[in-house]
Unconditional design. Structure first.
Length: 255
């Protein structure tokens, strides 16, 4: 069977226009030595060898947007981290981080901060100036209290603080008007503040494995937005569950 020259020409054109382009900001650098060869062209840094400390020379990567340093042996970040004004993502899960330098508050464009599975014992107040933060994960630490400072992170969409030792939640959490997902699984929470109803964008609230006996009636003000409420392993009575189902008729309540 003969295939026309025109057909081959057509296929060739398709191939040309479908070749994937690899722009500079898609290159993932694996170590600081290679990154410093072209510091202005480094946008993603994902260390492949185990780090005990983050190199101070990282401050030279002025255009760095994504920093991946999970599963290392870091205890903190150097103050130079504050010089990375274009940084949008820090993933530092499974380290030994017990505190953060105040300079991290200068990373004004940071949108995602993952500090799960570390050694934090208090809410890291150093992050309170990260006004553009959209996702924060502090799960698997030793945090006991959510302080009033949390209210300043009013662009948060996702807040994960599972597997800590939280007993108290500040009423200022109600200031997180854009928050869509709140995970507080496996803590020591006994009470949810009445200001929970101010979370007008909240879709998922997971309070599983705590010591909660009842929720404030104000939660009924979320009846048109809250899609999922998880209450596994709490102390909710059948009467309280019945009341919640009446307050939140459209919400999927599981316990």
């Amino acid at each position: 069977m003969k295939i026309s020259t025109r057909f081959f020409y057509f296929i060739a054109i398709l191939c040309v226009f479908n070749v994937p382009s690899f722009s500079q900001n898609e290159i993932k650098y694996r170590n600081i030595t290679d990154a410093l060869k072209n510091p202005s062209e480094v946008y993603i840094l994902d260390f492949s060898t185990v780090l005990v400390e983050l190199p101070k020379d990282i401050s030279k990567l002025k255009n760095l947007r994504e920093l991946y340093i999970s599963r290392h042996k870091l205890s903190t970040f150097p103050p130079e981290i504050g010089e990375l004004h274009n940084l949008e993502i820090i993933e530092a899960e499974s380290n030994k981080i017990f505190g953060l330098p105040k300079e991290i508050g200068k990373c004004k464009n940071l949108k995602k901060l993952i500090l799960a599975d570390n050694k934090l014992v208090e809410w890291p107040v150093e992050i309170d100036n990260l006004k553009n933060l959209e996702q924060l994960d502090l799960s698997k630490n030793e945090i006991t209290t959510l302080y009033d400072d949390i209210g300043g992170l009013n662009k948060l969409l996702i807040l994960q603080i599972n597997n800590n030792k939280i007993q108290k939640i500040s009423s200022k959490i109600g200031l997180l008007e854009k928050l869509e997902k709140l995970y507080l699984v496996n803590n020591n929470i006994t009470r949810i503040p009445e200001t929970i109803d101010q979370l007008k964008s909240l879709k998922i609230l997971d309070l599983s494995n705590n010591k909660i006996q009842k929720l404030p009636e104000t939660i009924g003000n979320l009846k048109n937005t809250l899609e999922v409420l998880r209450l596994y392993q709490n102390k909710i009575s059948p009467e309280e569950l019945k009341k919640l189902k009446k307050l939140l008729p459209k919400t999927e309540i599981t316990m």
